[in-house]
Design a protein around this ligand. Structure first.
Ligand code: FES
Length: 336
């Protein structure tokens, strides 16, 4: 048998090497695809097999039994020995990627708490960054692989900020921090994602978990910079108070702007914590009951996005009023 096979995605055909993962093969061919963990854990690269077979070196943790039965695979860790056809919503055309690629100077890398960093970038050519509040970028690593991060700054700012959390035992985020600390100039691609300020005056209800706060910060700062009139409610959930790494700034901002309502929610009460505890979307439901007036934004883990989406569906929030990158990705993958 030959060492090669052909991977077909839509009208794209990629000559592949059997010794490489499907994701490595498309990177080698100059394509990009949405990915995060690249070890079959997070599920973000999920694609559907239309023809052929995909196998793995280890059991893929990011794929449920039901998803396997329905023909889904994880290209970041999947191999094939023969021609393969995939429905791969996260695969991006070379043309689109090329026009979005820019060089950025690393302005600063600042710890926000024990494990989360603020990385500030500036376009190296001095141009104004082009993105909408709430969107995300991909930082290109030295091996060409992209790492996705929500943009935490507002497009009205000259900076492009991202918040990166380093989790012990997960080396990928640490690799990004090492990369931006070593390099003066890095490559990013932007913008991605459909979550941005809606073209109406409806109030915003923002449900964030951990560094899912980043795109909410961008939405809030952009709305304030545009002098919008809408009310904004942010429910920011975290495991403990130190994970609310922008807490003091949010308290100060919500004091200055009466249309901004900030509600921090800890999973469990910390020492000296007198605020809300539990899940942020349940706290929002306690406060509002009816969500029909809101544009709802959700940012955090896939599990959180699924739970909040299901909750909002039960509350009859229509899909066009619910904004979440994870839900968009899952819907594009046919995984919802
Ligand atoms: S990138 Fe995480 S499962 Fe593939």
């Amino acid at each position: 048998m030959s060492d090669g096979f052909v991977l077909a995605v839509g009208n794209q055909q990629v000559a592949c090497d059997r010794s490489l993962t499907l994701l490595e093969n498309i990177h080698r061919a100059g394509f990009r695809a949405l990915s995060a963990c690249r070890n079959a854990a997070c599920g973000i690269c999920r694609a559907k097999i239309r023809r052929g077979n995909v196998h793995y070196k280890q059991e893929p943790r990011g794929l449920s039994e039901a998803e396997r039965v329905h023909g889904f695979c994880l290209p970041c860790a999947g191999f094939s020995d023969a021609d393969l056809e995939l429905e791969w919503a996260g695969l991006q055309s070379k043309d689109v990627v090329d026009v979005r690629k820019i060089s950025c100077q690393v302005q600063s890398v600042t710890p926000l708490n024990t494990d989360t960093y603020l990385v500030s970038l500036v376009p190296a050519d001095g141009s104004q960054p082009q993105y909408a509040a709430g969107q995300y970028l991909q930082l290109i690593m030295p091996d060409g692989s992209p790492r996705s991060f929500s943009i935490a700054s507002a497009p009205e700012s000259q900076l492009i900020d991202v918040h990166i959390k380093v989790i012990p035992g997960h080396e990928r985020a640490q690799q990004v921090i090492d990369h931006v600390q070593r390099r003066q100039v890095v490559t990013v691609e932007l913008p991605f994602g459909e979550c941005h300020l809606p073209d109406n005056e409806h109030p915003l209800l923002m449900i964030a978990g951990g560094t899912g706060f980043a795109p909410m910060k961008s939405l809030i700062e952009s709305s304030l910079a545009r002098h919008e009139a809408r009310d904004m409610w942010l429910y920011w959930g975290a495991a403990n108070k130190s994970q609310l790494y922008w807490h003091e700034q949010m308290l100060a901002l919500s004091t200055q702007h009466l249309r901004l309502h900030y509600v921090p929610v800890l999973a469990m009460a910390d020492e000296g914590w007198y605020g809300a505890t539990g899940f942020p979307h349940l706290k929002a439901a306690d406060d509002h009951g009816d969500f029909s007036a809101f544009e709802v934004f959700c940012s955090g883990s896939e599990g959180m996005a699924r739970a909040v989406y299901a909750f909002m569906q039960a509350k009859e929030v229509p899909d066009h009023r619910f904004h979440s990158d994870w839900i968009d990705i899952l819907r594009n993958q046919g995984a919802l």
